[in-house]
Design a binder for this molecule. Structure first.
Ligand code: ZN
Length: 74
């Protein structure tokens, strides 16, 4: 399993994070999808391919975390 954690002070062009909502780009299919720490308490799978799942806990400016996990292609 691969994972990537968003850096709250260094968001890439393919990412966004505001409050407890973050946008991720699926590493498997490139779909952009939004994850809410309020709504998706158990994470949210990529709505296009389902091969990645992203999690948001807490807020960007309050020590929260945002990460995405996906299976390795082997
Ligand atoms: Zn996907």
């Amino acid at each position: 399993m691969n994972s990537k954690t968003l850096n709250p002070v260094d968001l890439k062009m393919t990412e966004d994070w505001e409050g407890n909502n973050a946008a991720f780009t699926c590493p498997s299919c490139s779909k952009v999808f939004l994850v809410s720490g309020m709504i998706h308490k158990k994470g949210r799978a990529c709505p296009a391919c389902g091969l990645a799942i992203a999690y948001v806990e807490g807020g960007r400016k309050s020590g929260g975390s945002a990460r995405i996990e996906w299976a390795t292609s082997e």
